[in-house]
Design a protein around this ligand. Sequence first.
Ligand code: AMP
Length: 113
Amino acid sequence: MPDCIFCKIAGREINAKFVYETDELAAFQDLNPQAPTHILIITKKHITRLSDCSQEDAPLLGKIQYAAKEIADKAGIAEGFRLVTNNGRKAGQSVDHLHYHLLGGRKMNWPPG
Ligand code: AMP
């Protein structure tokens, strides 16, 4: 998607601090961290939000979960982290490209608000 900031990050047109990359996924540090560790995991394929994925995307979604585990291990937050996607404006989504926030390094409260 030409005007998508996360597509541009995945395509290395915009700089980001990458922590993980595969053919299908990329992960980089959030510009405005909400926790000591705050990493965004994105699909390289442009999917606007989780609601817009199709059944054929299911294996890719599974890979995000495993990537989160690997990144959390490497970041030293395996004992306590949160993996969350904001789906739609009402849920706080501000960038229209599927991404998961991996947060850790502090106590996470519930409910999240
Ligand atoms: P959301 O509000 O769930 O759509 O999350 C979007 C996230 O993207 C926010 O946490 C922003 O801080 C982050 N963000 C926006 N632009 C960039 C960027 N260029 N590099 C890294 N993170 C970004």
